[in-house]
Design a protein around this ligand. Structure first.
Ligand code: GDP
Ligand code: MG
Length: 441
């Protein structure tokens, strides 16, 4: 999937100090493939990768301390941009009621959304009225009634047994009812078809004309993939809409549809629906969607914090040493000392994806351990620190005596050092970043 591919791509980048044009091109190619596989439309992909490539080869990356990180940031920024930048709020009518019309294919989640919106608005002190203009399916009105009851809001529906109702008339009467009874929001639920069809479009367009809504929300199932674009375009031509609601984001869909719809229709995504329950609903945040698509946890902010705690040059030197297999006990000690200065270590760990186990180890982390480690390493000769392999039994005994620790302590420290060195190598190869020296505690 999209997220896994991008993560893989960034892992490969992460191990590089400086990026070449070939690196950038390779990465951009991977991003392109990942987006296409996630059903983002070709035009959007081209546009997107073009911008990322241009920026990635530019000065901001050249000057960056960590070029790969900078590329991740660029991709993130461009994703947020493509998703609409800032969050757009619901437009309220100058004179209530604010009329919101829902449109979309059958099964997209319109009726459910009507309930979610109503409940959400009610929670903010509004008085929404649901209007049942889906008279296509026999139980559509009943379904809206159930939803209204769950949300604790009023519903306007045609009298049962009044023959086949006219959805346009119901919509118009519903708005009048709201005006008369001073409801400040009207949510008009409409019929959908399994596929786009002319009659459905005409009916929706007629309802729109009749009630002149402040918002027409196009509701679309995020799982429908490439079809999302064609459907969205058909609705834009047939009814036009002022905003988009993405539903079923609780499924596997990573949001490729979101990327396409926003940029191809120019209409903002206003809400995200994430389940069948009425509370599974939230205003759409482009930045959150971008991190969902990238799936990098809060890696960006983690790196920012880590950069403050570690001396950049030092970190780079260590990385070089690991790469050349010469990570020494001196480096190990230096890192532990820097970590102690980092302070917010635990907070940092919490922000890494999949770090639950490390958290546990941190809870057992003892400040005195660092002092003992310092004592032991400082009792070693220069040669021993640079090349721990020469630490035989008699040397270990001497070190233990010199530092006031036991031989077991010395042995344990060396085991920890070896584990840290191994972990650091994993990091250098692009694995999950781990804090050196924490491994065996
Ligand atoms: P409509 O035909 O557009 O009115 O769609 P409905 O509101 O009747 O929803 C169709 C089905 O999708 C129902 O079973 C809903 O419970 C379900 N549904 C709606 N929104 C979501 C969502 O965000 N996540 C999930 N998992 N199911 C949803
Ligand atoms: Mg419905």
């Amino acid at each position: 999937n999209l997220s896994a591919r991008l993560t893989e791509t960034f892992k490969n980048l992460r191990s590089k100090g400086k990026l070449s044009a070939a690196d950038v091109d390779g990465t951009v190619r991977e991003i392109r493939r990942a987006l296409l596989e996630a059903d983002v439309s070709l035009d959007v992909v081209k546009d997107f990768t073009g911008r990322v490539r241009e920026r990635a080869l530019g000065d901001e990356v050249n000057r960056a301390l960590n070029p790969a990180q900078q590329v991740v940031q660029i991709v993130n920024e461009e994703l947020v941009g493509i998703l609409g930048g800032e969050q757009r709020r619901l437009q309220f009518a100058k004179n209530p009621p604010t009329v919101i019309m829902l449109a979309g294919l059958q099964g997209a989640g319109k009726t459910t959304l009507a309930g979610k919106l109503a409940k959400w608005l009610k929670g903010q002190g509004h008085t929404p009225l649901l209007v049942a203009s889906d008279l296509q399916r026999p139980n559509a009105v009943t379904q809206l009634g159930v939803v209204a009851e769950q949300a604790g809001v009023a519903i306007f529906a045609p009298e049962p047994g009044n023959g086949v109702g006219d959805p346009v008339k119901v919509a118009r009467d519903g708005v009048r009812e709201a005006e008369a009874k001073h409801y400040d929001f009207v949510i008009v639920d409409t019929a959908g078809r399994l596929g786009v069809d002319a009659e459905l479009m005409r009916q929706a367009a007629d309802i729109r004309k009749a009630v002149n809504p402040d918002e027409v929300l196009f509701v679309i199932d995020a799982m429908i993939g490439q079809d999302a674009v064609a459907t969205a375009k058909a609705f834009q031509e047939g009814v036009d809409f002022t905003g988009v609601v993405l539903t079923k984001l609780d499924g596997d869909a990573r949001g490729g549809a979101a990327l396409s719809i926003r940029s191809l229709t120019g209409r903002p995504i206003l809400f995200a629906s994430t389940g069948e329950g009425l509370d599974d609903f939230e205003p759409f945040h482009p930045d959150r969607m971008a991190s969902r698509i990238l799936d990098l946890g809060d890696v960006l902010s983690l790196i920012e914090q880590a950069q403050q705690a570690f001396d950049e040059e030092e970190a780079r030197k260590v990385a070089e040493k690991i790469a050349s297999d010469s990570f020494t006990l001196d480096d190990f000690l230096k890192q532990m000392q820097q970590l102690r200065g980092a302070g917010s270590l635990k907070k940092m760990m919490g922000m890494l994806p999949g770090m639950g186990k490390m958290q546990e180890q941190l809870d057992n982390f003892d400040e005195r351990e660092i002092l003992h480690t310092e004592a032991i390493i400082q009792s070693m000769t220069k040669a021993e620190r640079a090349n721990p392999k020469i630490l035989n039994g008699s040397r270990r005994l001497r070190i233990a005596k010199g530092s006031g620790m036991t031989v077991t302590d010395v042995n344990q420290l060396i085991v920890r050092f070896e584990q840290a060195a191994k972990m650091m190598k994993t990091v250098a190869k692009g694995g999950v970043p781990q804090i050196p020296g924490m491994g065996a505690m």
